[in-house]
Design a protein around this ligand. Structure first.
Ligand code: GLU
Length: 464
């Protein structure tokens, strides 16, 4: 039974890179009919906030990455961590260390002076036959993990292949501070153990933590999960992805008018591939995603490609659903389609091919729901300089529209007839009609646009 987890620290928003990690962990569990667990790593009380927890939950819900268990909060598991620390002290796999800050500073200075890498020298580490000094009075000790000294700790990383660290490189990590609170690496270990995690997929900024976590798991007699470390996401310029490149918070993509399916499809392809497939559903991704073909090098975020995908998903969204999605965005622009105005779903159908985001759609939909204002330039070019035949042609056209069935086909036929009898070419009539009805010179096909507007509005705007 595969069990994966996503374990964000709630210190800001849900980052798009975190979302990609979550997606891979989620898809891996789904692919194997396993379980996906959400764990909130909130032990950094200075930086963790309830708002940030909510941002994670909102982001996960918006992306549709539903968890099977949790959310578990590390702050609610303190008793359990203390219990395991007590067990390790009793078993001798952890020990008290009474070094003061001054002693540790002196240790570091001395090692650096000798050109050595600073590390804890093990002075309170119990060894057979070794007599330790008496603990100083009035000092609260920290608890250190008794890391193995010899050999190496290795794993076959799902993403990066074999990785090995010499145990001699890893010093005896503090697992509980002098006030008794457990430290980060230790909580992760106890959680992964208790939550029976089989596959840890996370960012590769955690590679250096992995040998320490494996050693603690082994000391506890706990099973060691598989690890897969995902390379970072960079901006288009190859630098760490940041706000100056564009949106980094998942919910910003919602605000900016992206569809969750487009973001999911985009993130799935970011650092993973399946042949040359570019456009696929989340079900298809789950069916393909077996942990193979994850890129070992950082990926570059391509905002244009995401926009292209978003346009694809907009085009394939049902018109009524699109109308619901765009409605709040219209409202934010002060527009609420009413009875007797253009049908929103029909209007969406006409504009969705060209829009890259829901916000762009909302902007262009304004032409259906506001009084047209014609720019001076358009008026001069397309109306004032129009041939004399335009005025009678518009009257004729309005007259025919008043009697025609209100369909795209009938409107097209009326237009053709008017062009023929007044000796005008299509743009000579269609552009002035667009300007008068919609306020802009360019729209999707004019017959369909007019058919989406109520007849009375069209006739009034044509001056009939
Ligand atoms: N809380 C860690 C982070 O947000 C993730 C820890 C893990 O996945 O093991 O970077």
């Amino acid at each position: 039974m595969v069990r994966t987890r996503f374990a964000p620290s709630p210190t800001g928003f849900l980052h798009i890179g975190g979302a990609r990690t979550a997606l891979f962990a989620w898809a891996y569990a789904r692919h194997h009919q396993g379980s996906f667990i959400l764990r909130i790593e909130d032990t950094d009380v200075e930086r963790s906030t309830p708002a940030a927890v909510q941002a994670i939950l909102d982001g996960m819900r918006w992306l549709g990455l539903e968890h099977d268990e949790g959310p578990f909060y590390q702050m609610q598991r303190m008793d359990r961590y203390r219990e395991v620390i007590a067990q390790m002290l009793a078993a001798g796999t952890a020990y008290h260390c009474w070094c003061s800050k001054e002693e540790l500073d002196a240790m570091r200075a001395e090692q650096e002076a000798r050109g050595l890498k600073p590390r804890y020298d093990g002075r309170w580490r119990p060894e057979p036959g070794r007599v330790l000094p008496a603990p100083p009075a009035g000092v609260q000790p920290v608890v250190r993990f008794r890391n193995p000294i010899d050999g190496a700790t290795a794993w076959n990383d799902v993403v990066k292949g074999p990785i090995s660290f010499d145990n001699g490189e890893l010093d005896d990590l503090i697992i509980a501070r002098s006030d008794g609170t457990p430290t980060y690496n230790f909580c992760v270990v106890v959680d992964d153990w208790d939550m029976r995690i089989t596959h840890v997929l996370r960012g590769d900024d955690h590679v250096n933590n992995t040998p320490r976590q494996i050693n603690i798991l082994r000391a506890l007699g706990a099973p060691v999960p598989e690890y897969g470390h995902l390379p970072m996401i960079h901006g288009p310029d190859g630098q760490k992805l940041s706000k100056r490149h564009g949106a980094v918070s998942v919910m910003q993509y919602d605000d900016d008018g992206y569809l969750p399916d487009a973001v999911i499809n985009y993130l799935a392809r970011l650092g993973w591939s399946h042949g040359d497939e570019e456009v696929f559903s989340r079900e298809q991704f789950v069916a393909w995603f077996d942990g193979q073909h994850i890129s070992r090098s950082p990926s570059r975020f391509d905002f244009d490609k995401l926009k292209w995908l978003n346009n694809h998903y907009l085009k394939h969204t049902d018109d009524a659903a699109l109308a619901q999605l765009v409605l709040p965005r219209l409202a934010a622009r002060g527009l609420t389609p009413k009875e007797g105005e253009a049908d929103l779903a029909q209007a969406c159908a006409l504009l969705k091919d060209r829009a890259q985001t829901l916000n762009e759609m909302a902007d262009t939909l304004g032409m259906f729901y506001t009084e047209p204002t014609i720019s001076e330039a358009d008026r001069a070019k397309h109306l004032d300089a129009a041939p004399p035949a335009l005025a009678p042609a518009l009257v004729d056209f309005a007259g025919q529209l008043a009697a025609a069935p209100w369909t795209k086909e009938a409107i097209a036929a009326a237009m053709k007839a008017v062009l023929a009898s007044h000796g005008l070419k299509m743009p000579q009539l269609a552009i002035p009609v667009r300007l008068k009805v919609f306020g802009v010179a360019h729209t999707p096909s004019v017959d369909a646009m007019l058919a989406a507007m109520p007849r009375a509005t069209v006739l009034a705007r044509l001056g009939a």
